[in-house]
Design a binder for this molecule. Structure first.
Ligand SMILES: NC(=O)c1ccc[n+]([C@@H]2O[C@H](COP(=O)([O-])OP(=O)(O)OC[C@H]3O[C@@H](n4cnc5c(N)ncnc54)[C@H](O)[C@@H]3O)[C@@H](O)[C@H]2O)c1
Length: 485
């Protein structure tokens, strides 16, 4: 492979592990490639099992005494550091992921939001007070609760699709609650995670509170999850790996945020033009690589022809190409192998009777925005998670049938429902199997502080989002004191 692309004025990186405030290089390394050109853009140290155990021990031995104000200040400083180098961050994520600059600039903005919400939340007292003189046999006392950081270490594992924001969602709540966290980022996109560690150290974070180990997931993943000092495992990624992680976590608190086949449900009273715009972006933004991307488009039969025509028109307008071109709407998926898998799922659907309205074309790691019509709910293109810019349209007749099709999936992460009718909207809110239901928005709509996460094969029902993650990362201590009314 050739050296790094000149166009991005990229300086080739040799990255080390971040353990105990040191950058540790190792003889064994792995390469990171820019998916658009295939150029090797960095080599990264491969941690051994001992490196992982050492990082956890460094974390375990450290007890943070940072005040709420200290934590607020560190998180806000990190936010400012990232915001002031926003373009640099976007280019870094584009380099390792192939996501276009429009997407990565958006991701950097989201990460800044997470840091701000976590900083603010660090200032909020999370205790409760219960008076005890409430019943005839009550006593002159009060019961209080306070949230404490975990006694043990948090082990975190993140996926490739949001190389920075997934990491910040794990780490910022840990800082806000005075915890210590060891991260294993995706080996496909480790660079943003390593740069984020440096940013937090620059912002004043004691290094044992956040360390990064990189390498072969099969070698170091189980070591991190199984370390006796790890009290909580938090994993975001695919369902297959996530279930294995949850099984091996054993008697540890476990938060798993997994895959989805999220539906966008278009009823016959929806604003079709606006809905087509939202749905197409929901399917294709971030190259379709979002857990909450629109992966099934359920459309009521009476408006389906008109809606598919609008959807196809929207797809035609999206520009694909060099992710570093600021005009590009869709960059690559993570690698050529992933693009081939997407192509195979689309081709299988077409062979089984689906109609290709747009796209269906692969070039290297690029896969064109694709609209598939007349998909039936049993085709793998909608039963399995296709992690790419594909909008498969399934037609339905009644609202009841839409609910039934939506709920037939083994996944249940988020859903979007497009209707002007409040009664119809409420029915879907009540009846859909999903962690989130957005009316008049795509499944992926959220802000970074709100509860987020799925059920069934999308997760165990424990939510993420800054507020919920801070709860997950703390133990509630209840104490009582004598108290005169
Ligand atoms: N629900 C959510 O919040 C959410 C958010 C983003 C992505 N995702 C899901 O993530 C998936 C895409 O990401 P991916 O391809 O990186 O997922 P993946 O499951 O292949 O990998 C996720 C992480 O697990 C690690 N891993 C792999 N094998 C492991 C092992 N044996 N032990 C420990 N760790 C191991 C990987 O190195 C990576 O860091 C999609 O399914 C997507 O829906 C879910």
């Amino acid at each position: 492979m050739s050296a790094a692309p000149e166009s991005a004025s990229w300086r080739y990186r040799h990255e080390g592990l971040r353990i105990g405030g040191e950058t540790l290089n190792r003889d064994r390394t792995f390469a990171v490639h820019h998916p658009h050109t295939g150029d090797r853009v960095a080599t990264v140290a491969m941690a051994t099992a001992d490196d992982v155990r050492h990082a956890v021990l460094v974390a375990e031995r450290f007890r943070s005494r940072l005040s709420r104000h200290d934590r607020y200040t560190i998180l806000m400083r990190a936010r400012e550091l990232i915001d002031s180098r926003r373009e640099e961050w976007a280019r870094l994520i584009t380099m390792e992921s192939g996501l276009c600059l429009k997407d990565t600039d958006y991701e950097v903005g989201r990460a800044c939001d997470v840091l701000m919400f976590a900083a603010n939340q660090a200032l909020v007292d999370d205790g409760e007070i219960y008076s005890c003189d409430l019943t005839p046999h009550g006593r002159a006392r009060k019961v209080f609760t306070t949230r404490e950081p975990l006694l043990g270490v948090i082990g975190a594992i993140t996926p490739f699709n949001h190389p920075l924001n997934q990491v910040v969602h794990k780490v910022a709540p840990a800082v806000a609650t005075n915890n210590r966290l060891v991260l294993k980022p995706s080996e496909k996109t480790p660079l943003a995670a390593l740069a984020f560690a440096d940013t937090l150290y620059e912002a004043g974070l004691p290094p044992p509170m956040f360390q990064v180990v990189t390498g072969d997931p099969a070698e170091i993943g189980p070591v991190l999850i199984g370390d006796p000092h790890v009290e909580l495992v938090t994993f975001t990624g695919g369902t297959e790996v996530g279930k294995r992680v949850a099984a091996s976590a054993g008697y540890r608190r476990t938060v798993v945020e997994l895959g989805g086949t999220d539906p966008a449900i278009v009823l016959d009273d929806a604003d079709l033009a606006e809905t087509a715009r939202l749905v197409l972006l929901g399917a294709c933004k971030n190259s379709g690589q979002r857990c909450t991307a629109v992966k099934r488009v359920l459309v009521q039969a009476g408006v389906a022809d008109e809606f598919v025509a609008l959807l196809t028109e929207q797809a035609r307008q999206l520009r694909t190409g060099d992710p570093f071109d600021s005009q590009t709407d869709i960059g690559t998926v993570i690698d050529e192998q992933a693009a081939r898998r997407i192509g195979a799922a689309v081709d299988d659907a077409v062979r089984a009777g689906a109609v290709l309205r747009h796209g269906g074309v692969r070039s290297g790691a690029h896969y064109a925005p694709t609209v598939l019509d007349h998909v039936v709910p049993t085709m793998a293109v909608v039963t399995e998670e296709v992690f790419g810019p594909v909008a498969p349209v399934v037609r339905f007749t009644t609202d009841e049938e839409a609910v039934q099709i939506a709920n037939s999936s083994r996944y249940a992460l988020s859903a979007g429902v497009f209707t002007k009718g409040l009664d119809r909207a409420l029915r879907f809110v009540n009846e859909l199997h999903a962690g989130t239901v957005n009316i008049g928005e795509v499944p992926g709509y959220r802000i970074e502080s709100t509860p987020f996460g799925g059920i069934k094969d999308s997760g165990l029902g424990y939510k993420e989002g800054v507020v919920e993650t801070m709860k997950a990362y703390t133990n509630v201590k209840t104490f009582s004191l004598p108290w005169q009314p």
